[in-house]
Design a protein around this ligand. Structure first.
Ligand code: NI
Length: 229
């Protein structure tokens, strides 16, 4: 399941991120790729262990942990430090079809996670570039994603996915992975759907309505049943 989370960063935050990133030295994106994905990867990244990546990454993490839709969709146990990439039309950048590595370790913190979900946080507006769609394949076919700057998409790290060639302008994004407390994607999706329904009911009936209280209890008990913490 693909889940979009709008407005993770404000437009002002995005502009500040872009200003800071424009002043940085970028490196070949293959430095963080696995053996297969290095063959099909053509982009640039900020050095993953660099000060700018860590600073901007921490800002993303702090807003995410306060974002109810993100928390509800991901039920995160550990989030990998965000990385930053860009695809330039002038260099024919793209990222061919691949699956992300199952486990990722962070050299600086020693953090090691199982990658349940992949995240792309868009940092360029759709009208700044042509191409550069994130294409994610699942049981229901191929899904193209291109979101406004400041929005993110969550998708299964186990899925085959790609970034189509950028043919005009430059696509800038942050990307990272997370390990969810709920490993099973189907269980996680049920919990998310239940939570969305409960939030709608709460708006209509109030949080103290006896049935919404019961459903909220079921929500927590499902997490208690499935969570690994
Ligand atoms: Ni990938």
């Amino acid at each position: 399941m693909l889940i979009c989370v709008p407005g993770v960063l404000s437009k002002d935050d995005v502009a500040e991120f872009r200003r800071i990133m424009d002043g940085c030295a970028w490196e070949d994106g293959r430095s963080t790729a696995g053996a297969q994905s290095a063959l099909v990867k053509s982009n640039e990244q900020l050095p993953p262990d660099g000060e700018v990546s860590r600073k901007l990454g921490n800002r993303i993490l702090s807003v995410l942990t306060a974002n109810p839709r993100f928390i509800s969709a991901a039920i995160p146990l550990q989030i990998f430090p965000p990385l930053f990439n860009r695809y330039a039309a002038a260099d024919g950048h793209h990222f061919g079809i691949h699956v992300d590595n199952a486990v990722r370790g962070d050299r600086l913190t020693g953090l090691r996670i199982r990658t349940d979900l992949s995240v792309t946080l868009f940092l360029a507006e759709p009208d700044e570039y042509d191409g550069g769609e994130l294409v994610v394949e699942d049981l229901y076919g191929s899904h193209e994603v291109k979101l406004p700057a400041g929005d993110l998409v969550l998708y299964p790290a186990s899925s085959l996915h790609m970034v189509t060639p950028v043919t005009r302008g430059r696509r800038v994004a942050s990307f990272f992975w997370l390990q969810s407390m709920v490993r099973d994607a189907h269980a996680r999706s049920l919990i998310f759907d239940l939570d969305c329904a409960i939030q709608s009911l709460c708006e209509r009936l109030g949080r103290d309505d006896p049935e919404t209280v019961k459903l909220t209890g079921i929500y927590h008990n499902l997490i208690r049943h499935w969570a690994e913490v």
